[in-house]
Design a protein around this ligand. Structure first.
Ligand code: NAD
Ligand code: MG
Length: 385
């Protein structure tokens, strides 16, 4: 039996992971489930999979979680430190599915145990970069990419042929606003932005998909996960989301991974790797799909992709600043305090004005993250006024 820790168990990725776990109760035992505030969903999940320990981030919900799990024997705890401690429980496999850099400390705690880390929480890797990947090596763990593009690349990237890889091509759906003009784009609402045409996801990543910041974060993520240079990373818009990404070799071969747009496929691959397990996803019907199409991304209408490329090229603290400013801007857009077009403006102005020192450790990353958030919040105030 594989022991599991699921960080962010109540979210979209957390629930998809639990769905797979529930279907194979003999293969997995759940040590820890965490969530920030949704007590009912956390308690339900903990009962369903007979978790040993449930942790709620919001301390004011401790009593509610305790009552919800009374008589089950499931250990209950609350608060930020309890979550970080639980992440270090030493499970064989950890799903990192907290959204944002709020996931960074729990992820680092999990890594320190040498766990196999299934990483959905891209913001943590974008911010911490080589500090995180070095820690995985130091503690003898394994990093498995959950993000569908990176999971596809992982399946197609022949490590022994790394020098023969010419390009890694990330596919992007283009999001719900792919065909909108700049004027229309400035008027879109959060309700429209979270309605992704192909994928069902949490609110933050849905907005990132609509702005193409998600693809930008994914370029940075790919840079840290695979032995390639930034110049070898390409993005192509592929509205059907059937090809999840591709690897091109020197001999002209392009290997692609295809599948229905359902995160249970990449999560299943991470759960069972290096083997494969069954997943209850729709099979591809190629005759019905009939056509796959491709187009170049438009970095003028979607400046977030350009900003992410620039941050990757700049290195140092730039990706962490980009990510933190984006988290604040997306939150303000979801709260209807700023418009959609203001998201890249906030990110760009924070990046341009903040000449941060190169971070050397996680404490540096957290300091940089919080300063970038403070500056972004200031920009939001100015725009919202
Ligand atoms: P979500 O909003 O549905 O869920 C987020 C989870 O994180 C919840 O369990 C929530 O309780 C927890 N959480 C939120 N704030 C927290 C905090 N401050 N401290 C601790 N826990 C907190 O998000 P999601 O769509 O499941 O995405 C999770 C991560 O996976 C993100 O980084 C996202 O980019 C990545 N991802 C998601 C998808 C997808 O299809 N949903 C695909 C690829 C990558
Ligand atoms: Mg993705």
């Amino acid at each position: 039996m594989k022991s599991l820790c699921i960080l962010g168990a109540t979210g979209s990725i957390g629930q998809s992971t639990l769905d797979l776990v529930r279907r194979q109760p003999d293969a997995f035992c759940v040590e820890v489930l965490t969530a920030q505030s949704n007590v009912n969903a956390l308690a339900q999940a903990a009962r369903d999979v007979h978790a040993k320990h449930a942790v709620i981030g919001d301390e004011t919900q401790f009593g509610a979680l305790q009552s919800a799990l009374a008589g089950t024997g499931i250990v209950v705890s609350a608060g930020r430190q309890a979550m970080i401690d639980a992440a270090a429980c030493g499970a064989d496999w950890t799903m990192a599915a907290i959204v944002g850099t709020a996931g960074l400390e729990p992820v680092m705690a999990a890594i320190s145990t040498g766990t196999t880390l299934a990483l959905a929480n891209k913001e943590a890797l974008v911010s911490a970069g080589t500090i995180m990947t070095a820690a995985v090596s130091k503690f003898g763990g394994t990093l498995l990419p959950v993000d569908s593009e990176h999971n596809a690349i992982f399946q197609c990237f022949e490590t022994h042929n790394a020098p023969q890889v010419r390009r890694v091509i990330l596919t992007a759906s283009g999001g719900p606003f792919r065909q909108m003009g700049a004027n229309e784009l400035s008027m879109v609402t959060p309700e429209q932005a979270v309605k992704h045409p192909n994928w069902s996801m949490g609110a933050k990543i849905s907005v990132d998909s609509a702005s193409l910041m998600n693809k930008g974060l994914e370029l940075i993520e790919a840079y840290h996960l695979f032995p390639v240079e930034a110049e070898q990373l390409d993005v192509i818009v592929h509205p059907q989301s059937v090809i999840h990404s591709m690897v091109e070799y020197q001999d002209g071969s392009v290997l692609a991974q295809l599948g229905s747009p359902d995160m249970r496929t990449p999560i299943a691959y991470c759960l069972s790797w290096p083997e494969r397990m069954a997943a209850p996803v729709a099979r591809l019907d190629f005759a019905e799909i009939a056509q796959l199409s491709f187009e170049a991304p438009d970095m003028v209408r979607f400046p977030c992709l350009r900003l992410a490329k620039e941050a990757l090229a700049a290195g140092g603290g730039a990706p962490a600043i980009l990510n933190a400013a984006n988290e604040i801007a997306v939150g303000a857009f979801l709260d209807k305090r700023i418009g959609f077009a203001a998201i890249p403006s906030v990110v760009e102005s924070v990046l341009a004005a903040y000449d941060a020192p190169v971070p050397a450790n996680i404490a540096d990353i957290l300091a940089l993250d919080s300063e970038a958030r403070r500056r972004a919040a200031h920009q939001v105030e100015a725009l919202a006024a």
